[in-house]
Design a protein around this ligand. Structure first.
Ligand SMILES: [Zn+2]
Length: 764
């Protein structure tokens, strides 16, 4: 390409990206019809839409769960990680808090509050705010982030007529006509070329629609909007009340009044333009972030000499329009935030509080009304420091400010998946390969255990009998909590406790999480600890639970004092349970068809006596001989080894009764189900399979041939074993790899670990 072509290309790209030509007022009004929903967003709805725009996906691990409380996995990577200078890691708890806050903004009118994001040092608050503001700034440049503000274009070479047309007594339709919008031929009215105008932007970033006098707005919108849904929302929903209620700012108001002494309404509206309201953090427009070290705005009153002298000259009166405003005007309908609550930001915070309480404040003698989203970052101890500044103790301060503050917690990460994401972000994805499956999770859980509070009333009230869990969980249920914080409902819960995990219990557990994450290892410390660990053990192939234990329990390192007592022991118990389950599951290769046949024969066999021969109607009338061995094997699977003869015959009697009265009489004959669709068949099938799985290891635990074959898998020595063992071992390794992500190396370690530690006995 030639240089000219390149420049053309560049210009085309830049044009499509960033041309935001101002619209004539009538064109702006015409946009309301297709885009009213966007045009009439206040900053709170914009915040909501901005957050939602950046949610990559939402995962619900338990769709259809009637007790779900909507605690979902929101992927906020596009907001906090992608294209950022420094990533912020929002865990599941924080993501839900943020999304819920945004949702609460969606349907409400401007809340009169300061949003305080509170968390300990090292929780990443400032990165959170920087990334949020950065993405906000970019968002309002997109079509999705469309916002308009008023700019006046006042022609200054023409004299202009004196006198104005009165607006009284016209409805929305004639108001549109008054604006000169002639919808019939679709042609905008002509405007003389070459007129010079002076541009006066609204320093308060007023929405151009506010220039329509209040009494005409409802009629105008009724006339304009034909989408009934939008019409209903506009007129009924709280978040749009401002469209009818709010006045333009004092400056726009006075410009309008002054112009109306010399121009017709039609002419005045021809001077009103709508331009894109673009945020610019560096210039403090739309978004601004104040650091405690930033100079206090020396001159709180802002003027613009050039604009003021034009206005004075144009109206030949220096009192008609006073172009003065405060620095708050810059972030009107935008976001104003404080990076902390120290030094000069204390005064800024108190000023914000004053503005929020009074709603209107004076700039010289003109009134300014601020409608912004105020965000403040705060450490827990900041209130005490602020007290020193104001002479109040933190309690008094809290009382005075309470009803204007809305607190959102930003604690240390409490979700181990997010904790791992922090490690991989710093050390690379390849670290995962060094660890046995589960062990990296367990490293993260150990770090998080230092951040969790011991007692949990919500769990105490919920769990029926905590003795059921001595093999899987610590007595304080840290491990259970950690799973719940990650959105996982552990499958080792008893049936009863799983059933009583109602919405209220979940809410109570999550509410309690607010107490967690305020101390323990900070984000910075945990990276340091991981580095220490990884440097020491990355040569081990692979890293196992033993290394983890050794590292955290090492007296020289002094980490163990922050970790709950015996936590690593309980963590190892749970690990044992998990690895045993995976090995068993991978060993299991019973033929499903075989089990199906067994159950179908059993269902018919129990209606006969031992020694009988029958033709099974469910199996193409195949012949079957009822033996006591057969009944014994099936019932052992269905009831367990310990069932007595009496229990067995009782079980059989009940099964026969159910088969006759429910399975045959109702499900097959009346409901027309297939035998394999009946409840009785399905329950028996599930129970049989479960038992078969549980006992799958029994024949192999004492088998030294099997143990050696595991060790020699994928070596030349492996060929010396008989086909049966080779096949079994092959299935085991392949399933462990395919289903659970074990490398061959890790599989060997895991299976030997299970065998050598007699894990099948531990969880009998
Ligand atoms: Zn204005």
């Amino acid at each position: 390409m030639t240089t000219n072509h390149l420049i053309d290309q560049l210009i085309r790209n830049l044009t499509s990206e960033s041309t935001h030509k101002a619209l004539r007022f009538e064109d702006f009004i015409a946009r309301i019809k297709p885009e009213g929903e966007r045009i009439f967003r206040n900053i709170f709805q914009l915040f909501h839409d901005m957050i939602h725009y950046h949610i990559a996906d939402v995962t619900d691990e338990y769709p259809g769960d009637a007790e779900s409380i909507g605690f979902l996995q929101y992927n906020l990577d596009p907001l906090f990680i992608e294209n950022t200078e420094k990533p912020f890691f929002a865990d599941r708890l924080f993501s839900n808090r943020l999304v819920n806050l945004a949702k609460s903004f969606r349907m409400s009118s401007a809340p009169n509050k300061i949003y305080v994001f509170k968390g300990p040092a090292g929780s990443g608050k400032s990165t959170f705010l920087n990334n949020l503001m950065d993405k906000f700034e970019k968002y309002v440049r997109l079509d999705d982030g469309l916002m308009y503000e008023v700019v006046w274009r006042i022609p200054y070479e023409e004299g202009g007529e004196v006198g104005s047309r009165r607006l009284d007594g016209i409805d929305g339709k004639s108001f549109l006509d008054a604006l000169g919008r002639d919808g019939k031929d679709g042609k905008a009215h002509a405007r003389p070329e070459g007129v010079t105008f002076f541009e006066v932007p609204c320093p308060n970033h007023d929405n151009p629609f506010l220039m329509v006098p209040r009494q005409y707005r409802a009629d105008l919108l009724r006339e304009l909007v034909d989408d009934e849904g939008l019409k209903k929302r506009l007129f009924k929903h709280k978040q749009y009340q401002w469209v009818f209620k709010n006045e333009p700012c004092t400056i726009c108001h006075s410009i309008f009044d002054a112009l109306s002494e010399r121009f017709t309404i039609k002419e005045i509206f021809a001077m009103i333009y709508a331009r894109r309201y673009l945020f610019n953090r560096k210039q403090g427009i739309g978004v601004s972030v104040f650091n405690s070290g930033d100079d206090v705005e020396k001159q709180t009153i802002r003027t613009n000499e050039k604009i003021q002298s034009f206005l004075n000259e144009f109206f030949q009166d220096s009192n008609k329009v006073k172009y003065v405003h405060s620095s708050y005007a810059n972030t009107n309908v935008g976001v104003r935030s404080l990076m902390d609550l120290k030094a000069r930001n204390i005064q800024r915070f108190l000023d914000l509080h004053g503005i929020i309480s009074d709603e209107v404040h004076k700039v010289q003698d003109i009134e300014e009304r601020i409608r912004s989203l105020f965000i403040v970052l705060m450490n827990p101890e900041d209130f005490d420091n602020m007290g020193k500044h104001t002479g109040q103790d933190s309690h008094e301060l809290d009382q005075a400010l309470k009803d204007r503050l809305h607190e959102i917690l930003v604690p240390y990460v409490l979700d181990y998946n997010t904790e791992i994401k922090i490690y991989t972000n710093t050390f690379g994805e390849q670290i995962r390969l060094r660890f046995m499956p589960h062990v990296l999770d367990n490293f993260a859980k150990t770090i998080i255990s230092s951040r969790v509070k011991g007692e949990s009333k919500a769990i105490e009230d919920w769990i029926e009998d905590d003795r059921a869990y001595t093999k899987y969980c610590d007595p304080d249920f840290y491990l259970l909590k950690m799973d719940l914080y990650t959105g996982v409902i552990p499958e080792w819960l008893t049936k009863e406790d799983r059933a009583s995990l109602k919405a209220e219990v979940r809410k109570a557990v999550l509410a309690e999480s607010e107490k967690d994450g305020h101390d323990g290892f900070s984000g910075r410390e945990s990276l340091h600890i991981f580095n220490d660990f990884y440097t020491r053990f990355s040569k081990k192939r692979p890293i196992t639970m033993r290394h983890l234990y050794e590292f955290f329990m090492d007296d020289h390192r002094n980490y163990s004092t922050k970790i709950p007592r015996d936590f690593l022991k309980h963590l190892t118990d749970l690990y044992d349970y998990e690895v045993l389950k995976e090995v068993k599951d991978s060993m299991y290769s019973f033929n499903e068809d075989e089990i199906r046949k067994t159950i179908l024969n059993y269902l018919v066999a129990i209606t006969h006596s031992v020694g009988d021969t029958f033709k099974n109607p469910y199996l193409n009338y195949e012949e079957f001989v009822v033996t006591s061995d057969f009944l014994d094997i099936v019932e052992t699977h269905l009831m367990g080894y310990s069932a007595s003869n009496y229990q067995r015959s009782k079980f059989r009697e009940e099964a026969v009764a159910e088969y006759a009265s429910v399975t045959l009489a109702r499900e097959l004959k009346v409901e027309g189900k297939k035998i394999t669709e009946t409840r009785q068949f399905q329950e028996m099938y599930a129970q049989f399979t479960k038992t078969a799985r549980e006992n799958v290891l029994e024949p192999y635990v004492g088998n030294s041939n099997f143990r050696c074959a595991i060790k020699e898998y994928e070596t030349s020595d492996f060929d010396k074993y008989d086909t049966k063992i080779r096949e079994r071992v092959k299935v085991l390794f392949e399933t462990l790899a395919g289903k659970y992500g074990y490398s061959t190396e890790c599989s060997k370690v895991a299976v030997l670990y299970v065998l050598d530690n007699d894990l099948h006995r531990k969880f009998k």
